[in-house]
Design a protein. Structure first.
Ligand SMILES: Cc1ncc(C[n+]2csc(CCOP(=O)(O)OP(=O)(O)O)c2C)c(N)n1
Ligand SMILES: [Mg+2]
Length: 452
């Protein structure tokens, strides 16, 4: 107890001055940080004859003389929130969406554009024109519905299957393509595999291959935004498989204990490559873990774009106004193979995939809603698809023709200035290239061999 009080005094005394912290946020701190350290002020005591627990680690538990282990299957599963059924009909009219037609069509266009880009890029990998791709088919409702509920200043950290969120935010097709071809216009300077997008302009951090590493990064950024005090929030996407990583647990616990304004969005799409969700965990999905960490949590039908939109909007409001984290578990289905390196029919029946595609595709569901409203029809659909295909192909061909970044770029950006060791390695490469010109054709790279 005395340790708690002593620590509290220490923290109060320091007031955590902004100058003692360094953040990766681009904006300087202009306002007094509004950080509530939430240290307990009163000593925690066990009053005589108390009927509830007052141990420092659990404050609201009643004593009982009935011995009962809490069996997970005795607790009802968390419900799944839904607004619109698979026919595009609103189930409960008290939740009728209020978005204007322009907003709805913007969401629909982003979904269709994402799915067309996915098809073309998947095929192009099969033709050997890009090295890798990941399709988000079946999950466009989660990415687009959530992105549409955010403010543009909110910061996004994503896993790799949320291209719909980028598309909605305004990441252009040429930007997608430049990254996938790793050409000289790629913001990542060709250093990453395809689909590792980033956009400083749109407040989207770089995707990173090792699973779940974005979660603690997102929480740290959210803590930075809390100190900035302007109400921006972080949105962090991840899959249910990534939630098995230690980073998930560390990230959620830090977010809860430090009250960080972050909305966690878990896409539970049924699989982590070949591992079905139900082999990945024994509990009630990912949502039950949020509650375990003391985080307000909701489970939502991820194929219902309106439900995703509404819960994200509310979650954003909680995170921003009340400065604490929220977890959304969006239930969906991965229609695509995991990636171009996977053949999912080796571990799941083709009929299962076909049935989801036919029964509950988020694009079809939203299209039915728009048609019911008189906002969409098959001729509009045909026009949109034709236009988007052309746009994707134009961006594709332009990016494919671009030169690759200068070869020396691969030595840059790890250190502020080139270190003697890196300089030696670069000069050695230059020497090898000059000695074996037939082995190293650098014509496809900007400035050719002089780019070293
Ligand atoms: C730390 C780490 N372990 C393993 C992998 C290999 N890996 C890539 S994606 C993936 C499955 C992730 O599943 P999930 O989080 O559910 O996302 P989904 O692919 O279903 O969208 C695995 C195991 C990795 N990239 N990083
Ligand atoms: Mg998954």
């Amino acid at each position: 107890m005395s340790t708690i009080r002593h620590t509290t005094r220490l923290l109060r005394g320091s007031r955590l001055r902004p100058s003692s912290f360094r953040f990766t946020q681009t904006r300087p701190l202009t306002t007094t940080p509004k950080v509530d350290l939430e240290a307990p002020t009163a000593p925690i005591r066990q009053p005589p004859n108390a009927n509830s627990v007052h141990f420092p680690g659990a404050l609201n538990s009643q004593f009982t003389s009935t011995m009962s282990f809490h069996a997970p299957n005795a607790t009802p599963s968390l419900p799944t929130y839904r607004i619109m059924d698979t026919n595009g009909e609103i189930i409960d009219t008290s939740h009728t969406p209020t978005m204007d037609a322009e907003g709805m069509l913007k969401m629909y266009t982003a979904m269709v554009k994402t799915s067309i880009m996915d098809m073309i890029m998947y095929d192009s990998q099969r033709q050997g024109r890009i090295s890798f791709y990941m399709v988000s088919s079946g999950e466009e409702g989660v990415a687009v519905g959530s992105a549409a509920a955010l403010n543009p200043e909110d910061v996004i950290f994503s896993q790799y299957r949320e291209q719909g969120a980028l598309m909605y935010r305004g990441f252009r097709l040429d930007e997608f393509m430049n990254q996938m071809f790793g050409n000289r216009l790629d913001y990542g300077k060709g250093r990453n595999m395809p689909i590792h997008y980033m956009s400083e302009r749109l407040n989207v951090h770089s995707i990173s291959s090792p699973l779940a590493t974005q979660i603690p990064h997102a929480v740290g950024a959210a803590y930075g935004l809390k100190r900035e005090g302007e109400g921006r929030v972080v949105v962090c996407y991840f899959g249910e498989g990534a939630a098995s990583e230690g980073d998930f647990h560390a990230g959620l616990n830090i977010a809860a204990t430090r009250s960080c304004p972050v909305v966690f969005i878990c896409r539970n799409n049924g699989y982590a490559i070949s591992t079905p969700s139900l082999e990945q965990y024994k509990g009630d999905g990912i949502a039950s873990r949020g509650i375990g960490y003391g985080i307000e949590t909701i489970r939502v039908d991820g194929n219902d774009i309106w439900a995703v939109h509404e819960v994200t909007k509310r979650a954003r409001e909680i995170a921003s106004k009340e400065q604490r984290p929220v977890l959304i578990e969006a239930m969906t289905y991965r229609i695509s193979h995991h990636s171009t390196s996977d053949d999912s029919f080796a571990y799941r029946p083709r009929e299962e995939v076909e049935s989801w595609k036919r029964r509950d595709d988020p694009i079809t569901r939203f299209r039915k809603y728009l048609e019911n409203k008189g906002l969409w029809d098959s001729s509009k659909e045909e026009d949109l698809r034709k236009t988007v295909k052309k746009e994707v192909m134009n961006a594709f061909m332009a990016a494919e023709k671009e030169r690759k970044p200068r070869v020396r770029e691969m030595f840059g950006d790890t250190f502020k200035e080139e270190t003697p060791v890196l300089k030696k390695q670069r000069e050695e490469l230059k020497r090898v290239v000059a000695e074996y010109p037939n082995e190293y054709d650098l014509d496809a790279f900007e400035d050719g061999k002089d780019g070293l």
